[in-house]
Design a protein around this ligand. Sequence first.
Ligand SMILES: Cc1ncc(C[n+]2csc(CCOP(=O)(O)OP(=O)(O)O)c2C)c(N)n1
Ligand SMILES: [Mg+2]
Length: 823
Amino acid sequence: MPKSIVVDPRETRKPGTLSFTDIPLNAFVLDMKKELKTHGKDALLRAYRDMVLIREFETMLNTIKTKGAYQGIAYDHMGPAHLSIGQESTVVGQCMRLGIEDFIFGSHRSHGEIIAKCLSSAARLPAAQVASIMETYFGGALLRVVEKGAKGGAGDLAVDFILYGVLAEIFGRENGFNKGMGGSMHAFFAPFGSMPNNAIVGGSADIAVGAALFKRINRKPGIVIANIGDGSSACGPVWEAMMVSAMDQYRTLWPKDVGGAPPILFSFFNNFYGMGGQTLGETMGFRVLARIGAGVNPEQMHAERVDGYNPLAVSDAIERKKKVLVEGRGPVLLDIVTYRYSGHSPSDASSYRTKEEVALWQDVDCIKSFGQDLVGAKLASADELASIQQSAQDRMRRITELAVSPGVSPRVKVGGRGTDAIGDLMFSNGNVEKLDDRQPEMLIAAAQNPRILANARKSRSGIGPDGKPLPKSQVIALRDAIFEAMLHRFSIDPTMAAFGEENRDWGGAFAVYRGLTEALPYHRLFNTSISEGAIVGAAVGYALSGGRAVPELMYCDFLGRSGDEVFNQLCKWQAMSAGVLKMPLVLRVSVGSKYGAQHSQDWSSLLAHLPGLKVMFPVTPYDAKGMLNLALRGTDPVVYLESQRVYDIGELFVPGGVPEGYYEVEEGEPAIRRTGSDITIVTIGATLYKALDAADILSSKYGMKAEVIDARFINPLRYEKILDSVRKTGRCILASDACERGSFLHTMASTISQLAFDSLDAPVAVVGARNWITPCAEMEEAFFPQKEWILDTIHERVVPLAGHSVTTEQGAGEMLRRNARGV
Ligand SMILES: Cc1ncc(C[n+]2csc(CCOP(=O)(O)OP(=O)(O)O)c2C)c(N)n1
Ligand SMILES: [Mg+2]
């Protein structure tokens, strides 16, 4: 489909000037009468109470960290405590306007945000719903603790539940909101709309965009707020998140009834410091953070600076911006001015700022000022405010006692024999046909899809009736097999969305998606900006919000651009949430060749090193479809690697070829591609085909029968078949296109050596790519393992091949030389 806007040189080359509109700064004018009418007295007093509770909570942690005790309760908290003393009004003001369907994501400094969001949700929801949430969360384990000795009514019980859940989490206890798996910087409580907080500065920005995309694409109510610091405004992923959230296509290309741009608000809590770096005048050049909005889109992200020291100014801004977001006119950026008197962390000596500056802000302290506004409007007396403070201290004492008690609040048992509690949380191992029951939105039925019709004219097998390989143009190739699995799941799961660079009109970078553009509306398959971090990050946010996401990286080499999103987000959130979150996400990653050093690296070993990721590398069409089917029905994060060498290869191993119908390959199970008795060759990736060539020569020239095994899974991986083979052959060689040093093959070699030591006649040998840059296409043969390397390695390091003369250097001396040179 051609794009709707013609890029006309007559327009784009015209001289002129670009105008900007004014960005309001602290435009809010307080009128307590109006506020009383808007919120009512109870909500205003509750806002005060919530600010006081957060202040007391953070003061308690500060006292524990610096003095080892709070109100006489001694405790040594080993972990972090990034406190928000001074910032309470920002988030309490924000939550005055948010419902349970509105999500907030936060940062390392988000205790106050979790508490504020949960308190406000608990106060607004019907009592029965709050009771049911508390009763069902971890089987009511937290509730049982706070019920004992509870003071007050149901509302008070909910407050205790929230404070205890957050504190027990910070102290790493099983009763914490995330069973102690998240701790201070990652705690959250999704049932009340407090979504994951992120210890990676700016980490929440692209994840929150994904959550907002989930809401838009699946027509769910609510907005999404990314609460991030002023320091994060320099982070690449934050900019990528803003770019993805501001794409024109939501308004120009997506179906109108989807509702426009994702409802995302970038809320910068601007306390003017990122640790000790002063963003005003030192580490940034914008002077006023709200200026950033002007560079992003014509609406200037509806940017404003808001006085975060007044909760009502924040509440007013949220209400106005919520309307913009719900109407699909986002994204929005707020520069919410605030200040923390507490250091970055309790050990921070505040050497980067003056005492006078801190005192200036303390003079206008947000709780003190708001209290004065309440008293001035005769909504409360000074005594009433003092009693709110006193009751916060009493409550905090009770909660702290419960949270520090090893008997009341034990830790999850993680060590010792017979327990694998964290191991049990690493994967959810679910199997789900669809994540919602509504009818999937499709433009044409699968049976009428042009690609399916074209596939019908092709051979399902790569082998002809004469037993010989068919021409590539006549067979269902690996890329067709991927397409079939994608179309199948798209037709069943209405939440499934795929996005990345060149995903749509182009047909996917390597024609994998050709035929999907015709089949799917824009909001289920779309191109993104060239923002690998935000592509993966948004997919993470989409998946943890409840949808199935299939992001794509065009080349494995671009993994670096989405480093944090893969290394810290994708693989960690299921376990960090103690299984509260699921991550039904398949990251398709194409592994290149022929394009030189920055487009041809096989990073599978890097992925193998990341706990919490499933990694697959199919190299046959049968596996490509069966393994993608498996991944797309699962609930875990999968990196699905595709070698560009084999996109057009037909099925050569499974009789009958690629089934037309649905099937899955068993998880973790390697495939024996050829049976043999003299040596086991195990491969990962497209090196399989080189290994088969080597096996042919071994057989024809040296009378040696090789058993060739395609690992096809990297994690999880079942070793039994490989070990059985090695026990039979007594010899083993491993090969893949990943650079040899640090390759996953060495982990395999070590595992095989330890588990089949008695059967081995020689050490397990590893053949990887050279530890070089990948040279240009014409020189690639010197870099990637070739059949000769396999033969020469067998000859030099496993068993001499009678009459063999080596053509490459694979001996022990060469291994020593390469390692000594570091190449
Ligand atoms: C990617 C990353 N870089 C550095 C850090 C270390 N660090 C933790 S908090 C912080 C300052 C963040 O400043 P800001 O975003 O303004 O938030 P604030 O601490 O002021 O709330 C830094 C540098 C980190 N956690 N993540
Ligand atoms: Mg800051």
